[in-house]
Design a protein around this ligand. Sequence first.
Ligand SMILES: C[S@@+](CC[C@H](N)C(=O)[O-])C[C@H]1O[C@@H](n2cnc3c(N)ncnc32)[C@H](O)[C@@H]1O
Length: 225
Amino acid sequence: MSNEKSNRRPTLRIALFLICAVLILLGLNTLYSFTNTLRQLDVIEAERDQWQRPVDVLRALDLREGNTVVDLGSGAGYFALKLSPAVGKRGQVLAVDLRKLSLFFLWTRALLRGEHNVHVMVGEVDDPGLPTNSVDAVLICNTYHEFSNPERILNHVSQSLRPGGRLVVVDRGPRAPDTDHAHEVPLTAVAGQLRRSGFEIVRQDDHFIDRPGDDLWWLVVGRKP
Ligand SMILES: C[S@@+](CC[C@H](N)C(=O)[O-])C[C@H]1O[C@@H](n2cnc3c(N)ncnc32)[C@H](O)[C@@H]1O
């Protein structure tokens, strides 16, 4: 009986060794993919800087040191990481998204860059979960077209803003009026929704980014009275 037991031990050890080896390989592979994605994000964003006009988007938000700014639909943080130095250490960036993985990438990137004023928040489809009456500006870039109920989101955004606070929406519109595409939303429709939600429209640019052979991007700036 005891002989049988001692015979089984080496087999058990080999099995444990193999399980550990597989787990370590899986862990290393995940770490490699993760760091690779971080590197790719930097490359993609450097290219995006050439055409997305981030400086003009930030200017439209009219931010001050110490402000609280929301990046609604932040993804992995293309804008959130640019907003962070704009509001400084005394300010904060609330980065909201539905996707936890995107927010995890943003959280890691902010940590690696020492941007401690970036706070990631998991929102709900119709409710970003923002604090009331305490936000200075909200940016919604390349995300508005994904909202299933934009009016409800706009109501939450309006409640979160201080009087005088700004909402900047940047998105892609159809080049021809009769085209219908899932990733496009007309500026006129969005400006109308902003007005109905109580915003004053302070600026509209229907050719904010107009590159031949590419999508037409517009920008609209709303202000909470
Ligand atoms: C095309 S990405 C744009 C990301 C980022 N704004 C940018 O410009 O790089 C759209 C993002 O909006 C998020 N999103 C869509 N609907 C949302 C909602 N109702 N609340 C919060 N985030 C939302 C998606 O999960 C996705 O990460």
